[in-house]
Design a binder for this molecule. Structure first.
Ligand SMILES: Cc1cc2nc3c(=O)[nH]c(=O)nc-3n(C[C@H](O)[C@H](O)[C@H](O)COP(=O)(O)OP(=O)(O)OC[C@H]3O[C@@H](n4cnc5c(N)ncnc54)[C@H](O)[C@@H]3O)c2cc1C
Length: 454
């Protein structure tokens, strides 16, 4: 069985066979990246008795599971919500004693700012076609999907009817949303632009959402999301090599080589669990044409977050909600809440997609300056704590998560994760059933199984 007991059992027997036998290998398997995918692959391979070394460029464990510690609390810079269908994430958390919690109650509502004025209560969007004018711009696509034939199953989505694989732009245009209306939907799109975002992504999300309805509540990691990958790293026999960027990856008939900024690691196999934009920056030429194309062009959603301490309750001064959606470059501002949906004294500014090029994304102060002009009560009410950039200039991620542009899934999804000689691939972009954290785990399981059987 692949998934066995952890540190106390098989792991304790995971003798570094290659070193013990006196060969010149540095590990049987070198895993690139200490995110969920790399760590889960390492755990599974260790359970099977392999000597595994994880190499990570950053100073911390976790990758896109990133908890920011502030003097008076935590905010999440990365993944947070654990869906009820995330069997692997839930199982690993359980086995490693990582506590999860659910949220009770509902957080504050959202005030909308459109066309230069605030809307305190129900949203009214004159640009939208009749029947949609009371729909918040961020809900339009899902509302339309609910009335559109979609994926019959969460499986095999990459071979879906090409009619589902059209851009969000043409999908909306065909339903009466003109350019100004589409610009409002694009403002908070969870991608980079309507034109480069395939509706297949949303059909998939919608199918997964429907399939998991009724399975249970969304969960969160006690003490912050990053505690989960940290516990996974802790369960490994060999400590993760931190602050050691991989610069190049090669292989011969006899072994694979991982060249870092400090050394050359020789091993039998590599599990490369880097996001494709990170793989773009290291010396690796894939012989698999689908993967080579995908490494070069798979889009990743650009996100900038500014994290703030809430110094005073500015919403009490103007009667609007503590959270807001705007059609300005400040995009969205979320009030942080605790597990009982009570305000936690923290706010997060959130800019998506092409808006990440705006001055408001470049600095927290610029964000606050624009915010103060459109909502004067925020003046002096928020203090910058940190900014997180899931953008192209973040060489370790390149973005928050991947998505498909129209036509890409059919060409690449089936082939871009295949092993290449001694090199195996994992990461959230290679989940064939799930998305997000669970996709990272699913892809790690697939890669480990294939490697073990190789
Ligand atoms: C803002 C945000 C919100 C999210 N919300 C959710 C959510 O609510 N629910 C959900 O399910 N998912 C969510 N996700 C997605 C989820 O966090 C990711 O899918 C998952 O954590 C990805 O894991 P991974 O191991 O594939 O990649 P990563 O976590 O990106 O791991 C890759 C690792 O490789 C390292 N690396 C990169 N380059 C090199 C190099 N040259 N050498 C060595 N190491 C390198 C990186 O530093 C990183 O640690 C969110 C992500 C973001 C950014």
């Amino acid at each position: 069985m692949l998934v066995g007991g952890l540190a106390g059992g098989a792991a304790a027997l995971a003798l570094p066979a290659c070193r013990a036998s006196g060969t010149s290998l540095d590990a049987q398997v070198v895993v690139l990246g200490a995110g969920l995918a790399g760590l889960y692959a390492a755990m599974l391979l260790q359970d099977e008795g392999r000597d595994v070394l994880v190499v990570e460029a950053a100073e911390r464990i976790g990758g896109r599971m990133f908890t920011l510690e502030h003097a008076d609390g935590q905010t999440e810079g990365g993944g947070q919500q654990i869906g009820a269908s995330y069997a692997r994430v839930l199982d690993v958390a359980d086995r490693l004693g990582v506590a999860l919690y659910t949220e009770e109650g509902r957080g504050p509502g959202t005030s909308h700012y459109l066309g230069g004025r605030w809307q305190g209560g129900a949203v009214e969007v004159p640009e939208f076609p009749k029947g949609f004018r009371q729909t918040p711009p961020s809900s339009v696509l899902f509302r339309l999907l609910a009335d559109t034939p979609g994926l019959a199953s969460a499986d095999g989505w990459w071979e879906a009817d090409p009619a589902l694989d059209v851009s969000a732009e043409s999908f909306l245009a065909a339903r009466g949303f003109d350019a100004p209306a589409r610009a409002l939907v694009e403002r908070s799109l969870n991608a980079n632009s309507l034109a480069t975002y395939s509706m297949l992504n949303l059909h998939r999300t919608w199918r997964l959402y429907q399939d998991s309805a009724g399975m249970g509540p969304t969960r969160y990691v006690e003490g912050g999301s990053q505690r989960l990958p940290e516990a996974m790293a802790e369960s490994l026999a060999r400590p993760v090599a931190l602050s050691e960027p991989v610069l190049r990856l090669t292989q011969t008939a006899r072994h694979a080589e991982v060249i870092t900024d400090k050394r050359t690691l020789r091993c039998e196999h590599v599990v490369c669990a880097l996001p494709f934009p990170a793989l773009r920056t290291i010396g690796f030429a894939s012989a698999n044409p689908a993967r080579a194309d995908a490494i070069a062009a798979l889009p990743y959603t650009q996100i900038v977050q500014h994290h703030f301490r809430t110094v005073s309750p500015f919403w009490e001064a103007d009667g609007l909600s503590p959270s807001q959606w705007t059609d300005t470059p400040t995009e969205r501002l979320f009030a942080g809440t605790d597990r009982n949906a009570q305000l936690a004294g923290l706010h997060r500014g959130w800019i998506n997609g092409e808006g990440c090029g705006a001055p408001e994304a470049a600095s927290a102060q610029s964000y606050l300056d624009t915010l103060a002009r459109l909502r004067p009560s925020t003046t002096g009410a928020l203090t910058p704590l940190a900014s997180v950039r899931w953008t192209r200039d973040n060489a370790l991620a390149g973005g928050a998560y991947y998505h498909w542009a129209p036509g890409q899934a059919r060409r690449w999804a089936g082939a871009m994760g295949e092993p290449e000689g001694r090199i195996h691939f994992a990461g959230e972009h290679l989940g064939m059933l799930h998305t997000g954290m669970e996709a990272a785990m699913e892809s790690a399981e697939t890669a480990s199984l294939v490697l073990i059987e190789a």
